[in-house]
Design a protein around this ligand. Structure first.
Ligand code: PMP
Length: 361
């Protein structure tokens, strides 16, 4: 069978070692004669899985003890509602930095609960797409928090700065870049991330929340989105997505074996450099994001002749390079190169791109 490298933006590639282990123990987990999917989330066996996963996640990101980790349902979009419902308190506005598709989707949802102060951070510099530096984000005084998305999965644009906004509660949608590099958690009030890119399978959402922000949920906040209720019930107020939780736990162990987020950061930079390098060297391929804002997770690129898009996708698929079609709102191609994508996968892609250009350029 051809070696397949899956460049899907999410649900995305998982580490092969993790899948093999899950396969090996699927039908008879820990000698119980059943799978981990079929046991009670309240039994001691699953509680151990749940606690270990949380511990490993905390270790990986060095999460300080005054932060709670919640294992939730609802995905990133669930948190677009969960954040205002939990954090507005008696305030009626929040700052929302608009840097791309997902940040602007968060704004749309926030409008149901408050009047967001939208900070348009999208700029064009020398014909390239960029995000205004954080120092130019005009934060309002009366806002309950500042929300931004450090890595825009569709636009392939990222804010690599570490936030420093004094007492303002900073909320970040890390759905597509969590665990890809070290983070100073203490700069954030809330970080959330859907699992299906850098954590595990779809169905699980992780929320990291500073404990002093608990206890402020709107009275109409659904209990399953209420951080305080989730925290008081160890993320088991309702039945959690147990299989996704277990598999994410295996990914955390794999990450630790690889050397943690520092090692991931190094490999992720090398992967991105290799891919952008090939794009920049040719007139056949193009990426229009300013160097300082290029995503290391999602690399959109266009072929100079879009008439070749279909052939590129057919040939790349046949070569075992899957899911390279760009998002429908952007077109062209997109290679998502999360933690589970090895450097060899990106090398295979760039070799293919060079060869495709030689044949069709
Ligand atoms: N935020 C970001 C940055 C995303 O990439 C996505 C999904 N691609 C979402 C939010 C929405 O996540 P979900 O589909 O889990 O609701």
């Amino acid at each position: 069978m051809t070696q397949v490298y899956n460049f899907s933006s999410g649900p995305a590639m998982l580490p092969a070692d993790v899948l093999r282990r899950a396969q090996h123990e699927l039908c008879d987990w820990q000698g119980l004669g059943t799978s981990v999917m079929e046991i009670s989330h309240r039994g001691k066996e699953f509680i151990q899985v749940a606690e270990e996963a949380e511990k490993d996640f905390r270790d990986l990101l060095q999460i300080p003890s005054n932060y709670k980790v919640l294992f939730c349902h609802g995905g990133g979009r669930g948190q677009f509602a969960g954040v205002p419902l939990n954090l507005l308190g008696d305030k009626t506005t929040a700052d929302y930095v608009d840097g791309g598709y997902w940040a602007s989707s968060a704004v749309k949802e926030a409008h149901k609960y408050c009047t967001p102060n939208v900070i348009d951070a999208k700029v064009t510099v020398d014909g390239l797409r960029a995000i205004k530096p954080m120092s130019e984000w005009q934060v309002s005084e009366d806002s309950a928090y500042l929300h931004y998305c450090p890595n825009e999965t569709i636009d392939g644009i990222a804010t690599h700065e570490t936030p420093d906004f004094g007492d303002k509660v900073v909320v970040a949608d890390y759905s597509s870049s969590i665990l890809s590099h070290p983070l100073d958690i203490s700069r954030f009030g809330v970080i959330y991330a859907g699992a299906q890119k850098n954590i595990g399978p779809a169905g699980l959402t992780l929320v990291i929340v500073r404990e002093d922000l608990l206890g402020k949920a709107h009275k109409a906040c659904p209990s399953i989105l209420d951080y305080t209720v989730l925290n008081d019930n160890d993320s088991m107020f309702n039945t959690p997505p147990t299989f996704a939780w277990y598999l994410s736990g295996l990914v955390f162990k794999w990450l630790k074996e690889q050397g943690g987020v520092e090692a991931m950061d190094k490999t992720n930079r090398a992967k991105a450099e290799l891919l952008y390098g090939v794009i920049d060297k040719s007139d056949f391929y193009r990426n229009d994001v300013a160097a300082a804002n290029r995503s290391r997770m999602n690399v959109p690129f266009q072929l100079a002749d879009s008439a070749l898009d279909k052939l590129f996708l057919e040939e790349s698929f046949a070569a075992g390079l899957h899911a390279l079609k760009g998002h429908r709102v952007v077109g062209g191609m997109r290679a998502s190169i999360y933690n589970a994508m090895p450097l060899e996968g990106v090398k295979a892609l760039t070799d293919f791109m060079v060869d495709f250009e030689r044949r069709h350029g």
